[in-house]
Design a protein around this ligand. Structure first.
Ligand code: FAD
Length: 290
């Protein structure tokens, strides 16, 4: 199934993102998480692509396994980092041969210790080039990509970022998924600005329930997302009580999702960090099952 066909504001779908674990025990634990989340009937799940090393093969293996063994539609992420176009073609062919129909195409972050992204010789500098490549190579993938309601960390201005997003979408993207955000105002403003410049594909909000405040502070420092002052103060007060952090994180994300759904989003993508409880509580509540 092509994901673009399940992104529908009149029947929004929930989707879950995982990362490929480094160990076999981690893989077994992730597959248990997928099983625990399956009863929530996700529209699709996705598996990220590592910065390098062995987990990259695991992305292909995991999406293949999930699709074949659970019947849940599984999307592979793929980045330009460290790959020539021949290597990227090879990964895409493996995905295609395994029956994977959806890919999330990204540039990726600069390797650790580098501040600017340098492509390898024969590789790509921007996600837009990878999208164009996949379209020219005549693959039949449904293509997703990333977008940034608060602006990408490297961009000079949100306007520039939006201009680049428009070019990336025009190169052949079917939908985009947002970077995590904790204040829906960023999302609604972004969608309005995107529509004004002619970006018409579905814009799926990405939500990360806070379950560990230090971890979220690390993520937000890296990706530039803002934690609203009130939420930050509440988190500070309970940061030494793990259960209270989860309760607060789940409550905040649930309220975010309820508002997003009431205003007609095409779906909600959850950054699960390979754990099921928080996402289960939120989606359970949204589906009236809790
Ligand atoms: P691009 O769209 O190429 O943009 C990168 C920067 O370049 C932006 O600042 C943009 O404004 C600028 N730019 C784009 N085109 C041009 C141009 N023509 N001229 C000048 N500037 C330009 N990372 C991983 O490593 N693996 C993953 O699996 C992964 N999954 C992700 C999933 C989602 C939903 C999101 C939101 C992010 C994900 N990331 C992942 C992180 C992502 O790789 C980084 O945010 C990365 O820094 C940018 O990737 P991109 O595809 O958005 O890049």
């Amino acid at each position: 199934m092509k994901i673009r066909n399940c992104l529908n504001p009149s029947k929004p779908s929930f989707s879950f993102e995982f990362f490929p674990p480094k160990t076999d025990a981690g893989v077994a634990s992730l597959l248990r998480t997928v099983e625990e989340l399956a009863p929530l009937e996700p529209g699709f799940v996705s598996v990220t692509y590592g910065a390098g090393g062995s987990t990259r093969d695991r992305t292909v293996e995991l999406v293949t396994h999930i699709k074949q063994h659970t019947g849940i539609e599984a999307m592979a992420h793929l980045t330009c980092v460290g790959h020539t176009r021949d290597e990227l073609r090879d990964v895409l062919r493996r995905l295609d041969a395994a029956g994977i129909e959806n890919v999330l195409l990204l540039r990726g972050d600069p390797p650790q210790g580098q501040t600017t992204f340098e492509p390898v010789p024969g590789g790509f500098r921007y996600a837009e080039e990878l999208v164009r490549f996949v379209r020219e190579e005549d693959f039949n993938f449904c293509i997703g990509g990333a977008c940034y309601p608060e602006g990408h960390v490297e961009t000079a201005s949100r306007e520039d970022d939006l201009k680049h997003l428009k070019a990336k979408v025009d190169a052949g993207m079917d939908f985009v998924v947002t970077q995590l955000f904790f204040d829906n105002a960023f999302y609604f403003d972004f969608v309005e600005r995107a529509r004004r410049v002619g970006i018409n594909v579905p814009i799926v909000p990405g939500i990360m329930p806070i379950t560990n405040y230090e971890q979220v502070q690390r993520f937000t420092r890296m990706c530039g997302a803002t934690v609203p002052m009130r939420l930050a103060l509440q988190m500070e007060r309970v940061k030494d009580q793990p259960d209270a952090v989860v309760q607060l994180g789940v409550a905040h994300a649930t309220v975010q999702c309820m508002e997003l759904l009431s205003r007609g989003v095409p779906g909600i993508h959850f950054y699960t960090l390979n754990k099921s409880p928080a996402t289960r509580m939120i989606v359970g509540a949204l589906k009236g099952r809790s």
